[in-house]
Design a protein around this ligand. Structure first.
Ligand code: NDP
Length: 447
């Protein structure tokens, strides 16, 4: 390995030894930059990799809230402002009991390159809390969100840092947080994205990550295999925002989606998932995916998540969470004929799973390229807020499609230019990295 990369990796491993998810993503990205670093000795001189792997700012804070019975709870809040070389920090907020600094740093680091790939002027950041929204009443969610924003508002702003949703944060949570920001700051600005349509939100933002995933996948299938979604069997994990709209678009493009999941188990409907049933369970009633079989008795429900990857499919779209496909699951997918994997979730494939895809010739679209449609549309929401104007659904959808196709070609071209033709993981890392590096070089170092 290139000596400079080795040195930086060793330092990160020593300093952040207790942050496994962060180390996993740093290792993946740095290892794929070898040729670039070899060709650009000026990056070492400018200490670029050391600077890139250290967040500009890490904010950690106490979030105190009271439940409906009057009991006081304390959660931990985070915002990692990772890199602002190309624009204000931008990235979602995750509410899930598993959230810790390692997870927020891994997501923030990925976000730098993803945002760069969108071609829009947004830097990388991420935040969240170990609060568990499951089973909480609306008023409990509201009190938590208000308390979280009471502290977070000190550090964010429409030209500084613009958070959005992620796991556990949808329109309801963004609404409560935005209401609190407005109350405290007395401004109606584009400080959050994913807002409601009648108070500054963008059409297509709800659909954007799932739709974008399918637009990029479609372009990959067309350009690398002269193929398409038409007639293909697709397995999608998760049943949240990304999974639902990936199911919708893949179906519109002629595929049959046969499985979805949540953290308890998965459903298999060989006749094709009825999305209206899923939307009613997840978006209206906030229920569990197993309720699907009550409405569609010909489908089956199985407890446990990883079994979903044993269902035969042509295309797999993991849309739940990190490290959900390990080496063994990837082997199962390949054995059953899967020839393309595109990631809606962030880092859903372990390094062992990626090695299986690469060894087996599976087309592989990594998360930072494949799920960039959400943040790209968030940036379009910021543009509309600045203009104090709204574009139509068709206008935003057309821009999203163009951006996703552009991302595929940027990744493919970079993979070709740096001698790894068709390796979209390397291409995404390289293309995202080069733009951020050149901005960092332009802006100098503080002496
Ligand atoms: P949601 O909260 O809407 O849905 C998450 C889904 O994944 C739920 O079905 C959830 O099940 C499941 N899930 C969560 N954690 C686990 C786990 N540990 N094991 C198994 N299943 C789990 O989130 P999103 O759809 O917004 O996000 C999904 C993924 O997409 C995340 O990786 C996120 O970072 C990524 N992403 C999201 C974007 C967006 O615009 N929303 C943009 C780019 C990436 P359960 O209900 O049981 O928890």
């Amino acid at each position: 390995m290139n000596a400079y990369i080795e040195e930086v990796l060793a330092k990160v491993k020593q300093r952040d030894a207790h942050e496994p998810e962060f180390l996993q993503t740093v290792e993946e990205v740095l290892k794929s930059l070898e040729t670039v670093i070899d060709q650009h000795p000026e990056y070492q001189k400018a200490g670029l990799l050391e600077r890139l792997t250290e967040p500009e700012r890490v904010i950690e804070f106490r979030v105190t809230w009271t439940d409906d019975a009057g009991k006081v709870h304390v959660n931990r809040g985070y915002r990692v402002q990772f890199n602002s070389a190309i624009g204000p920090y931008k990235g979602g907020l995750r509410l899930h009991p598993s959230v810790n600094l390692s997870i927020i740093k891994f997501l923030g680091f990925e976000q730098i390159f993803k945002n760069s790939l969108t071609t829009l002027p947004i830097g990388g950041g991420k935040g969240g809390s170990d609060f568990d929204p499951k089973g909480k009443s609306d008023t409990e969610i509201m009190r938590f969100c208000q308390s979280f924003m009471t502290e977070l508002q000190r550090y964010i702003g429409p030209d500084t840092d613009v958070p959005a949703g992620d796991i556990g944060v949808g329109g309801r949570e963004i609404g409560y947080m935005y209401g609190q920001y407005k109350r405290l700051r007395n401004e109606h600005t584009g400080v959050l994205t994913g807002k409601g349509l009648n108070w500054g939100g963008s059409l297509t933002r709800t659909e954007a990550t799932g739709y974008g995933l399918c637009y990029l996948t479609q372009e990959m299938l067309k350009c690398m295999k002269n193929d398409s979604f038409a007639g293909k069997t697709v397995v999608i994990s998760g049943s949240g925002n990304v999974a639902i709209y990936a199911t919708e678009k893949a179906t519109q493009l002629g595929a049959k989606v046969v499985a979805l999941s949540d953290s308890n188990g998965y459903i298999h409907d060989p006749d094709g998932i009825k999305l209206d049933v899923v939307k009613d369970i997840k978006e209206v009633r906030r229920g569990r995916i197993k309720e699907y079989v009550d409405a569609v008795p010909t489908a089956t429900y199985t407890e446990g998540c990883s079994g979903i990857w044993t269902i035969p499919c042509d295309i797999a779209l993991p849309c739940a969470t990190q490290n959900e496909i390990d080496g063994a699951s990837a082997e199962e997918l390949v054995k059953n004929g899967c020839f393309a994997v595109a990631e809606g979730a962030n880092m859903p494939s372990t390094p062992e799973a990626i090695a299986v895809y690469q060894r087996s010739g599976v087309l592989y679209a990594p998360a930072k390229a494949a799920n960039a449609g959400g943040v790209a549309t968030s940036a379009l929401e910021m543009s509309q807020n600045s203009l104090r104007y709204s574009w139509s659904f068709e206008e935003v959808d057309a821009k999203l499609k163009g951006i996703m196709e552009g991302i595929f070609h940027a990744c493919y071209d970079a993979s070709k230019e740096y001698g790894e033709e068709g390796d979209l993981m390397a291409g995404a890392n390289i293309a995202g990295f080069l733009k951020v590096c050149s901005a960092m070089l332009d802006q100098g170092v503080a002496y």
